[in-house]
Design a protein around this ligand. Structure first.
Ligand code: B12
Ligand code: NAG
Ligand code: NAG
Ligand code: NAG
Ligand code: NAG
Length: 417
């Protein structure tokens, strides 16, 4: 009676999925909600017919309840129509989760992802931690669709993580925690292999590393990894040795929000679920009734300070010392731009003054990335990129959002990850 066994197995999967939810959480105090609504409105405003559809925004919108139903529909249709052939593993996984959060079918996209992940293998134990970000999203998306067939792939990812020796990255650790927590919660009862021990062991190590990155003010990693890290710490079955103070993290995040630090729609998309007490594990449970009335918010989130009439001076250095790249250089220029300008304006001014500073950008979900300077281009195969620093400290925002101060020294350094 194979159908009976199969039915029983399904029942067990279903039961396993609901039995082990534990979570620590904290919430936004009621008087602070206008800030969060203002933030969400700013994010939704970035959804336009011309903009490239960003699945992370749809996920955030659905987990929080969309303010603008038109933006929600537009994004859903654009993502439904997107061609899987154009998407790498990470964006494809987010697209599947986004469609699930809009209660749409993503069946054919799921099978494409499943096939791609069956062929996935870590290239070496020295792989940079970042190499697990996309595969982590894939396990998370597949786990929500079909945990049974995802099990062997998740086991491969878990073992690769245990064997990996490269420096820890909080954003990646958070994604991996969400993925393996999803799997952990859906291990079939009575399965022969000790999946629970394996996933538990990896979760323990990763969560311990996340907690070692909690700053005194509650920020986890940096400001822009905190949203994902909060999700991870609030669902993990393996608690860190050092207890996480969720309230403190929430307080600091709200302070930073009021300072206008979340202008980038993608940065909002990654913090919004945590502000709403939600995580990516809640995606399959989103209910999609008829549009419920959400009051359009009249609260305006502060936009960046307008550029001032007076100019500031910024010193800008481009530096390539990487061996094996034909053209080595280290040149510096001083440029004058209006105070309050973003770094991109500095780069444009430098390029105008001296053709050696010419640069190119490519568009991504986070905005434009500087892909090439003075004809030296980033290359995924060589793991090279242009890193931006203020003095010796790497910037935590991209050129289209970072606002330099007077007499700041910005360096673009060609380096490896
Ligand atoms: C991997 C990664 C990188 C890799 C990307 C290449 C690769 N092959 O993997 C490298 C190391 C090159 C990189 C570079 C930078 N990164 Co980065 N990166 C990430 C990370 C960990 C995962 C992104 C990812 O793979 N997404 C998967 C798929 C699903 O999404 P995607 O949109 O297709 O992914 C692309 C973009 O995310 C893009 N990208 C990656 N980082 C950045 C940063 C900016 C500003 C932009 C515009 C695009 C961009 O590269 C991805 C692959 O093509 C995120 C963490 C996060 N929370 O998102 C940080 C993150 C996006 N990066 C960040 C930053 C600050 C940078 C740098 C500006 C750092 C610096 N000081 O130079 C530079 C970009 C500089 C430039 N030349 O313009 C911040 C952005 C915060 C913000 N508010 O803007 C994040 C959130 C990390 C953090 N917590 O601080 N990054
Ligand atoms: C995490 O922390 C442990 C020690 O607690 C360390 O052995 C391991 O290499 C770290 N890195 C990762 C990616 O887990
Ligand atoms: C690049 O130039 C700056 C000043 O112009 C100097 O301080 C720095 O040491 C140089 N770096 C290298 C690697 O040559
Ligand atoms: C002020 O900055 C602008 C660019 O933002 C530039 O075009 C202009 O030349 C600068 N003015 C002076 C006096 O340097
Ligand atoms: C710039 O990149 C080179 C090559 O990777 C590296 O050796 C150097 O330490 C980097 N400089 C800074 C300030 O990060």
């Amino acid at each position: 009676m194979p159908w009976l066994v199969l039915g029983l197995l399904h029942l067990l999967w279903a039961m396993a999925g609901t039995s082990t939810q534990t979570r620590s959480s904290c919430s936004v105090p009621s008087e602070q909600w206008p800030w969060v609504d203002g933030l969400q409105a700013l994010m939704e405003k970035s959804v336009t017919t011309s903009a490239f559809p960003n699945p992370s925004i749809l996920i955030a919108m659905n987990l929080a309840s969309a303010i603008d139903p038109e933006a929600q529909k537009l994004l859903t249709y654009k993502l439904l129509a997107s061609d899987t052939a154009d998407l790498t593993i990470g964006p494809l996984s987010l697209t599947i989760m986004a469609l699930t959060s809009s209660c749409r079918d993503s069946g054919s996209k799921v099978s494409v992802l499943q096939k791609r992940m069956e062929n996935w293998a870590p290239s070496s134990p020295n792989d940079e931690a970042l190499a697990f970000y996309g595969p982590g999203l894939a396990i998370l998306a597949l786990c929500q669709k079909n945990p049974e067939t995802t099990l062997p792939i998740a086991v491969r990812l878990a073992k690769a993580l245990l064997a990996n020796s490269s420096p820890f990255n909080v954003d990646t650790g958070a994604v991996v925690t969400l993925a393996l927590t999803c799997m952990y919660n859906k291990i079939p009862v009575g399965s022969q292999e000790n999946y629970r021990a394996l996933f538990g062991q990896v979760l323990k190590v990763v969560v311990e590393n996340i907690s070692m990155n909690i700053k005194d003010n509650g920020i986890i990693g940096n400001l822009y990894s905190t949203g994902l890290a909060m999700q991870a710490l609030s669902v993990t079955p393996e608690q860190p040795t050092k207890k996480w103070d969720c309230e403190k993290t929430m307080d600091t995040i709200l302070k930073e929000i009021k300072q206008g630090k979340f202008q980038n729609p993608m940065s909002i998309a990654q913090i919004l679920p945590s502000l709403n007490g939600k995580t990516y594990l809640d995606i399959p449970q989103v209910t999609c009734g008829p549009d419920h009335e959400v009051q359009p918010t009249r609260f305006n989130y502060p936009t960046p300070v307008p550029t001032s009439a007076t100019n500031i001076t910024v010193t800008y250095t481009i530096n390539n010392q990487l061996r094996g790249v034909e053209l080595l250089f280290n040149v510096t220029i001083e440029v004058s731009v209006r105070g309050g300008s973003v770094l991109l304006v500095v780069l444009e001014e430098a390029q105008r003054k001296n053709p050696m500073f010419k640069f190119e950008t490519i568009m991504t979900s986070w905005g434009p990335v500087v892909s090439s300077i003075n004809n030296i281009a980033e290359d995924v195969n060589h793991k090279t990129y242009w890193q931006f620093l203020s003095n010796k400290t790497p910037l935590d925002e991209g050129v289209a959002y970072y606002i330099p101060f007077n007499h700041e020294h910005i360096t673009a350094n060609f380096t490896k990850y």
